[in-house]
Design a protein around this ligand. Structure first.
Ligand code: ZN
Length: 193
């Protein structure tokens, strides 16, 4: 089946943090659990009520959202604009490819501190597709696609990486810098080219 004409819901990610269980416990206490604030679109993932402060020598954010559940590695996803205000220069990466080098971030929770070397990325824009949809439309994992967005500030996003998982639902994930540049808000959809 042709993939032309598929419209994918756009979801805009603000800065957020994924935490390893060890780091979560250091920040929130040995037996602390995560508390759900709201689910996010991909099944099983959720924003927690808990937040952390993240700082560098040059700047800080006081209430950074955590997206649970815990992951094998701690990863802070932020925009280029956020990175400027922290005075850091994180690489553009696929989520999960966490750099072990880079500026030190201090994470602060109610019960403790974590000093994180590297760990920050600017997430590469990507689409989520279920295994079934990917097969149906000939989309392969890690393939690069292009997505068009209409509107007054519309245009074409190049270098969109495809992520595939049995439980994924269609979503095109951008950060707030990218979304603002293209005038994206509300229920905008992107067209797979
Ligand atoms: Zn995503």
């Amino acid at each position: 089946m042709s993939k032309k004409g598929i419209f994918i819901p756009i979801e805009v990610s603000a800065r957020h943090l994924h935490l390893s269980a060890a780091h979560y416990n250091k920040l929130f206490g040995e037996k602390a659990k995560m508390h759900l604030l709201r689910p996010v679109s991909q099944p099983g993932q959720f924003v927690t009520r808990e937040t952390v402060a993240i700082s560098t020598k040059k700047g800080s954010f006081s209430q950074v959202r955590i997206v649970g559940p815990c992951r094998p590695q701690t990863q802070f996803e932020l925009t280029k604009t956020d990175a400027r205000s922290l005075g850091i220069d994180p690489p553009l990466k696929r989520s999960g490819l966490v750099p072990q080098q880079g500026e030190t971030l201090i994470l602060k929770g109610p019960q403790g501190l974590v000093r994180l070397r590297g760990g920050a990325i600017i997430a590469q824009r990507h689409i989520h597709a279920s295994t079934q949809d990917a097969r149906k439309y000939g989309l392969k994992k890690n393939k690069i696609v292009r997505i068009e967005v209409s509107g007054e500030r519309g245009g074409v996003f190049e270098n969109v990486i495809v992520r595939v998982h049995p439980k994924f639902k269609w979503a095109f994930h951008l950060d707030t810098d990218e979304a603002n540049a293209f005038g994206i808000s509300g229920n905008t959809k992107g067209r797979l080219l």
